[in-house]
Design a protein around this ligand. Structure first.
Ligand code: NDP
Length: 339
């Protein structure tokens, strides 16, 4: 059995979902309520591969909300993630993806040092961040969607916002090794980590966001921001392709211009309908078929009986591993969401 640990994008989103699911008493509750809410299994899932193989899974809502980080409720945030992991393990899940902020919190607060959750000793090999598949899918989106909108990669400047992150650094490695992209712009706040990445790649220009955006034909957004940025259409080169892989979204504004193409990043489409409710709640356009690539990674590992933390730690994703998970992804009928 596979598992997915997820969370909603904001307190407002959580309140809305509670009302839609028929819990009006939860819908009026503030952040304190969500801070004390325990993890819950809210969906049982069946996925069928194009090979005919069928697998079962569980969706665990951790009740974490990004506002907990913004309000410095760090202890609460870390407790949410550890409790959700223990919940998945207790329910016999073999391989669970840590969606959205779950893996970021796990890594940033070194939760590997706290394996004991009450009477459960967490077995970390039963979890994966899902970031290898996410990075692979974003790279496929760069390669395929650029063609769709008429951007030639060999003459293109690609800016990666969140370049030093786990997903961002993997995207940079792939673009460097597997494509003929002309220029890479590296964006993040910590300058030491940017310089390390630049040294590893042997290329890439370190730039501030405001300076980079007007130069980029393609922007990959994978910064771990608890709230999206307000950005104006006139900031961008025309045409341009913006691939927003953040959860919550890095771009808060709905950009409407015929030459500014915004693509939901890190999202896959399955070839067959999936029997679940959860993707409606996170507002996927086609909830029976579209899902986060990190969630799909745990499905792929279950299909292949690869019970190992395929994606783990930070900035260790190799191009070889991206190719490996990419082959499995295609084999079971997943493809990147395109324009
Ligand atoms: P990491 O924490 O590993 O990396 C985050 C990156 O963002 C770092 O480079 C960080 O560098 C940078 N960053 C953070 N804040 C800012 C800012 N204000 N301005 C510029 N750069 C910033 O995160 P991940 O790589 O694990 O995840 C990235 C995003 O992808 C998250 O939003 C996550 O929720 C989403 N995600 C999506 C998935 C999917 O399936 N679609 C799966 C998993 C994650 P610095 O701190 O130096 O600025």
């Amino acid at each position: 059995m596979f598992g997915l640990i997820g969370h909603l994008t904001s307190l407002q989103h959580a309140q809305l979902v509670a009302r839609e699911l028929g819990y009006p008493e939860y819908a009026d509750q503030g952040l304190d309520f969500w801070c004390s809410a325990p993890p819950q299994i809210v969906d049982n899932i069946t996925v069928t591969s194009v090979t005919g193989q069928k697998i079962e899974g569980r969706y665990v809502e951790s009740c974490f909300l990004p506002e907990m980080l913004a309000n410095r409720r760090i202890k609460t945030a870390t407790r949410k993630i550890l409790n959700a992991m223990a919940h998945a393990q207790k329910h016999g899940v073999n391989i669970t993806a840590l969606g959205g902020f779950s893996s970021i919190i796990f890594e940033n607060f070194n939760l590997d040092k706290f394996p004991q959750v009450r009477n459960i000793k967490l077995e970390f090999e039963r979890f994966t961040t899902g970031n290898t598949h996410t990075a692979y899918i974003i790279c496929q989106q760069v390669e395929q969607a650029s063609q769709q909108v008429g951007i030639d990669l060999s003459q293109a400047t690609v800016a990666v916002c969140g370049a030093t992150g786990d997903i961002g650094s993997a995207v940079c490695r792939w673009l460097d090794k597997k494509t003929d992209v002309q220029d890479l712009l590296l964006i993040a706040r910590n300058q030491d980590r940017l310089q390390e990445l630049q040294a590893e790649l042997g290329r890439g220009k370190i730039m501030a966001l405001e300076a980079a955006l007007p130069l980029a034909d393609i922007v990959v957004w994978v910064a771990s921001m608890p709230k999206g940025l307000e950005v104006e259409t006139q900031t961008f080169k025309k045409p341009c392709l913006l691939i927003d892989g953040g959860y919550p979204k890095n771009l808060a504004t709905k950009l409407q211009h015929p030459d500014v193409h915004v693509l939901n990043g890190g999202i896959v489409e399955h070839s067959l309908d999936i029997d679940w409710k959860i993707m409606q709640i996170v507002n996927m356009d086609v909830p029976a078929r579209q899902l986060f690539a990190c969630f799909a990674e745990s499905m792929l590992l279950e299909f292949e009986k690869l019970y190992t933390n395929f994606s783990w730690g930070r900035n260790q994703i190799t191009v070889d591993k991206m190719e490996q998970i990419g082959q499995i992804s295609v084999k079971h009928g997943f493809r990147p969401l395109l324009v």
